[in-house]
Design a protein around this ligand. Structure first.
Ligand code: ATP
Ligand code: FE2
Length: 333
């Protein structure tokens, strides 16, 4: 059995997990919650630095409770999120990962966070070769695997859908994260208000939608529910359209949803309908594997270790703009 300790801390969630081929042995986390406004990268990094020791200890302790024979010597490698993410947060977690790798004398593995979202979904759902819709705060991409890389087939040209929802939620005076609160309000909306639908080829744009939603609230402050409903219907239809086109172009019949925004039930419903209509299969993992988590980092670390893909210390610098198509996929053929 191979056992990997994974560290995640690209943004506001600090998380540590122990994962083997069979299961997630343990996972512990600590979430930075901004007092007001959005995530401040330096404050989030300070949170991670202060909490790291405790979160690592909790993950180790619950591994021991789960499996009597577990000890530090059972760990085969240390995996960490090398990017993309907020520079100060990434550097804090990478420093801890290097220290653990050096002191335990085991390999270090720098993981691409986006690909970790994909691989944990494939693992948990049993999808083989899906078109992936990866939707989170900072990212919105449609991807598929071909010839040693996850290729980005379409993506946002400005902000991620999660950030678009969070920004609008903040305008409504709601606290971070805004996505679930918008989902709540949207479920009570009934009338569609016009919103700009921006798909350019395979790419998407969401910042105009946020502006339009703010304008709609200024014009009709009592129509919160309808504006949230219209925002969601428009943004999710855009995402569904591009995902469907990717499935059509590539003749693939599996579709996997990944990333924190994937928890949205209206988005899941639209994608499910699209997949059913074309005779395809729709896969979505449990919420704990959609949002940022360290089990996914440890799991991708495991795939990388087994395919001989480790990261020497002098190549372990963080990459805040690390694109999924920049990472070589050594564990699929
Ligand atoms: P990444 O580094 O991959 O961009 P992230 O830091 O944005 O990840 P995630 O946990 O993947 O973290 O996603 C967080 C986003 O998901 C936030 O923007 C949040 O508002 C959004 N979100 C969470 N639940 C829902 C929901 N039910 N509906 C819509 N958005 C949601
Ligand atoms: Fe993420």
């Amino acid at each position: 059995m191979t056992l990997i300790l994974g560290l995640e801390g690209t943004a506001w969630n600090l998380s540590v997990a122990l994962v083997s081929e069979e299961s997630v042995l343990s996972e512990a986390e600590s979430t930075y919650k901004p007092k007001y406004g959005g995530i401040h990268p330096r404050e989030a990094a300070q949170h991670h630095a202060a909490e790291l020791k405790d979160v690592v200890s909790r993950a180790l302790r619950s591994a021991k409770e789960e499996e009597e024979e577990f000890s530090l010597a059972s760990i085969d490698a240390i995996a960490f999120s090398q990017g993309p993410g907020m520079g100060p947060c990434l550097r804090t977690v990478a420093t801890a990962a290097r220290a653990l790798s050096i002191s335990l004398k085991i390999p270090l593995i720098g993981v691409n966070h986006c690909i970790a979202h994909i691989e944990v979904g494939r693992w948990q759902c049993g999808a083989k070769d899906p078109v992936v819709l990866y939707v989170s705060g900072a990212n919105s991409q449609v991807l598929a695997y071909r010839s040693g890389r996850y290729r980005v087939l379409g993506e946002t040209l400005d902000i991620g859908i999660g950030n678009a929802l969070d920004k609008f939620a903040r305008y409504l005076g709601l606290s971070h994260p805004g996505g679930p609160k918008i989902e709540d309000l949207a479920s009570k909306g009934t009338d569609y208000i016009y919103m700009p639908y921006i798909v350019k080829g395979m790419d998407l744009s969401f910042s105009g939608l946020t502006t339009a939603a703010k304008d709609a609230i200024d014009a009709q402050p009592d129509k919160k529910e309808d504006v949230c409903y219209s925002f969601q219907e428009t943004a999710f239809a855009m995402l569904t359209e591009v995902t469907e086109r990717a499935m059509g172009h590539l003749c693939k019949d599996e579709m996997l949803l990944a990333g924190g925004v994937g928890a949205n039930s209206r988005l899941q419903q639209m994608l499910q309908t699209m997949c059913e209509d074309r005779g395809g299969r729709f896969y979505v993992p449990e919420n704990r594997y959609l949002k940022d988590n360290s089990a996914m980092i440890a799991y991708l670390g495991l795939l990388m270790l087994k395919s001989g893909n480790t990261t020497p210390l002098d190549k372990s610098q963080v990459k805040s703009n690390y694109r999924p198509d920049d990472a070589e996929v050594t564990w699929r053929n």
